[in-house]
Design a protein around this ligand. Structure first.
Ligand code: HXC
Length: 521
């Protein structure tokens, strides 16, 4: 090759590098400083923090905006979003990271197509999709093309649901219809104080409904993790949210075609758990910390709780048993006496379906007196919401193990995955009781006449309650009819759970042909 040609080649390569460098600077120093001053990382810093070192491979670096009258003279380096793939704990993931320094991270048509491209690749190759959201929403200058861009993303969120895990971190604004992309994904994580999600912002609310609220009050992480249930987790800053994503992924498979990774557990399968005997009080009316029960039983006492502050009467989350990833659903006797209400049913049903999508066995800990009574619950549709739990458990074909720790009464007995609802193995502690209702309620109904006609009704009531309790308030009637597979000593529970989990490892279950089921949503 002649020197002239070589020099020409070098010139072209240098120009390419120059272009790349300009793009990598995003919206420039001043806007990057503003981003940092707001306590936020830049789009590229987030990718570096999230991914294994030097593993990021960028795609679509040189994609430019669509043009159009209102975009004349505007620059959009990288089209306001960094896209590509990388590795987390050595496993491939596809990602997009919106760049707020470029036109506020607003979504134009080409920005959306960059996202759509990596979503398609993720599904073709079977790897999770992670969205790092920090965007002012639809790019106003691009009008309907921007809306169409959202459509391309939403469509993929929906049709790829259950195919590969989809995770959304909200690390800045997320407003208007834009919230629906995260809402369609499996997990939504938010930063405290620097992220928000709402359909209609404070300004519009003030004008239309006369309500005055701040961004934080309307759609900050506290609202979405405690009240609305839109978000699953919150953390203090970008770094902590990104750490949560890494941990969350460790429990999930790459796609619906795979099982979650099994790790080598240093916690012996046969570890006895005598401490359970002092945590769970035999008196039915004494609440106890279900979180403690879970922690005692799982590998290295580590429980990764999901939605810890929403519908606290039900506990959900991931853990490992014998190195196997499991999803845990448990009543929480310390909150609303562990009853099931509308929010708890939604929370649990969604989680059960997430586990089922991604081949994660479900362990259910039961201590439930029933559905929460009340006009507000009935009028709010507890029938429809509670039905979601029944549906989700019945639909799930992953291994399902149920442990009744204490009470399991009425409809809630079924909603917490009883034998008939498809549980593969039902275990119970000697402290447990399976019945239509508690002894007091039952005795009051079936012995009403005797109590009313007695000379000392209170004494007779107490005696009848005690009589009922002795006869029915234990696990052996249910075990005698095969509804419980074994009544076990709490101190050997861990070993029993792992044995059954391993027995079910290659479980296969099919369902009759259907296009898709019709969950009572
Ligand atoms: C294009 C935008 C933009 C937008 C902001 N910018 N919003 N560019 N389209 N939607 C630009 C600003 O001009 C500015 O450019 C830069 O982004 C940063 O914006 P600031 O306002 O300076 O930032 P900040 O003070 O932090 O406020 C952030 C904000 C505010 C609260 C998000 O920008 C805002 O309210 N923007 C409008 C949000 C909005 O209404 N979006 C449309 C929602 S409707 P320079 O050059 O100065 O850096 C929607 C429908 C989706 O999204 C429907 C899907 C179906």
């Amino acid at each position: 090759m002649s020197d002239d040609v070589l020099a020409w080649m070098n010139e072209l390569t240098a120009e390419m590098e120059e272009r790349r460098k300009r793009i990598e600077k995003g919206g420039g120093e001043a806007r990057i400083k503003r981003q940092h001053d707001a306590g936020k990382m830049t789009a590229r810093e987030r990718l570096q923090t999230l991914l294994d070192e030097d593993s990021f491979v960028e795609l679509g670096v040189f994609v430019d905006h669509l043009g159009g009258e209102l975009m004349q003279g505007l620059e959009a380096p990288g089209e306001g979003v960094v896209t590509g793939y990388g590795q987390i704990d050595g496993r491939r993931v596809f990602l997009f990271s919106q760049d707020f320094t470029v036109l506020g991270g607003s979504l134009g048509k080409m920005h959306a197509q960059k996202i759509a491209k990596i979503m398609d690749l993720a599904v073709k190759t079977g790897a999770p999709i992670i969205g790092l959201n920090d965007s002012a929403g639809a790019r106003i200058q691009e009008g309907v093309d921007s809306l169409s861009g959202y459509g391309e993303v939403f469509y993929r969120n929906a049709i790829y649901s259950g195919v590969v895990p989809q995770l959304s971190a909200i690390l800045g604004p997320c407003a208007g219809g834009a919230v629906y992309s995260p809402a369609l994904t499996d997990f939504v994580l938010m930063t405290k104080g620097s992220s928000y999600m709402f359909i209609t912002g404070p300004e519009v609310l003030k004008a239309v409904t006369k309500e005055e609220v701040s961004f934080e009050q309307l759609g900050g992480s506290a609202i979405h993790t405690r009240q609305s249930g839109v978000a699953h987790l919150e953390a203090d800053n970008d770094t902590s949210v990104l750490e949560q994503i890494r941990e969350l992924l460790s429990y999930l498979p790459q796609s619906a075609r795979e099982k979650p990774p099994k790790v080598v557990s240093r916690d012996p399968k046969t570890r006895e758990t005598p401490e359970l005997l002092s945590i769970v009080h035999p008196d039915q009316r004494r609440p106890y910390p279900m979180h403690e029960v879970i922690r005692v039983l799982v590998d290295e006492n580590h429980f990764f709780e999901i939605q810890p502050d929403y519908a606290k009467n039900i506990v959900i989350g991931f853990a490992r048993l014998g190195g196997h990833s499991v999803g845990i659903v448990a009543n929480n006797p310390r909150h609303l006496a562990g009853t099931l209400n509308i929010d708890a049913s939604d929370k649990a049903a969604r989680f059960i379906r997430t586990c089922d999508c991604f081949n994660i066995p479900i362990i259910t800990f039961v201590d439930v007196t029933g559905f929460l009574p009340g006009v507000a619950q009935e009028h709010g549709g507890i029938i429809r919401h509670g039905a979601k739990m029944l549906y989700a458990y019945a639909e799930a074909t992953v291994p399902k193990i149920t442990l009744i720790t204490r009470k399991s009464y009425g409809g809630a007995y079924l909603a917490m995955n009883s034998r008939d609802m498809g549980s593969d193995v039902v275990l119970a502690w000697p402290t447990s009781a399976v019945a239509v209702m508690g002894a007091e309620g039952a005795a009051n109904i079936i012995y009403r006449r005797e109590i009313q006609n007695a000379d000392r009704p209170q004494a007779v009531r107490a005696a009848k309650i005690e009589e009922y309790r002795k006869k029915f308030d234990h696990p052996f009637l249910a075990a005698g009819r095969g509804y419980i597979d074994d009544v076990i000593d709490p101190k050997y529970t861990r070993c029993h759970l792992i044995d059954h989990l391993e027995m079910l490892e290659h479980k296969e279950e099919t369902r009759p042909y259907k296009k898709h089921g019709n969950l009572p949503i």
